[in-house]
Design a binder for this molecule. Sequence first.
Ligand SMILES: C[S@@+](CC[C@H](N)C(=O)[O-])C[C@H]1O[C@@H](n2cnc3c(N)ncnc32)[C@H](O)[C@@H]1O
Length: 213
Amino acid sequence: MSRRKTVSHPLCARLYVKQSQAAETRGLADQRRRMLAGLAGEVVEIGAGNGLNFARYPQAVTLVHAFEPDPYLRERAARAADAAAVPVKLGDAAAEDLPLEDASVDSAVTSLVLCSVSEPRRAIAELHRVLRPGGELRFNEHVVSKRPVGRALQRTADATIWPTLSGGCHLARDTRTALEDGGFGIELVERFVFRVSALDPPKTHILGVARRL
Ligand SMILES: C[S@@+](CC[C@H](N)C(=O)[O-])C[C@H]1O[C@@H](n2cnc3c(N)ncnc32)[C@H](O)[C@@H]1O
């Protein structure tokens, strides 16, 4: 049975909108461009935030089913959807319960979201369900460090203050393994360190393409 999940972090959402502008100029805009290049057909985007991907979808995309559960961010995303060059249908849904039919979309996008959802494996199972067999998942996610000390610090932060300070974000998630366990084959992956500001911890990102097996 479906449970309605509430996601609302009014203060963190406002900070994200401010911080995200700076992040775009520091390299995130280019990451978005690389993540979305070559997409076509119908796409689902989970946790769309303030809609910063919308303007970067290629013309071959016929419809973006974008979902954002936080009301403040969804309102910003609605403005970005109106300004986008491709059609964007914006809805209120958590990644763990997508209101889409099985195998109904060609591609999926997850951009800095699987760190924040409360049940990442359930969100990945939903992406697997709504993607057609062979469909692509494009991702840009920060993940657990490979260095033992970094990993230990991330786990401590996740177990204490970090999720509260950052609207539910977790630093130590092994998203690549979770995708593989969830029935996706990783086809391309870039790994790099990205830091939004001096106040933000440096984070290892994985950006790439996975295919629904
Ligand atoms: C760091 S922001 C990233 C926003 C956007 N994807 C981007 O690339 O800028 C994390 C996003 O995950 C969303 N989020 C948190 N929990 C979620 C859930 N259970 N399902 C879907 N989105 C969720 C937040 O509301 C927020 O929009």
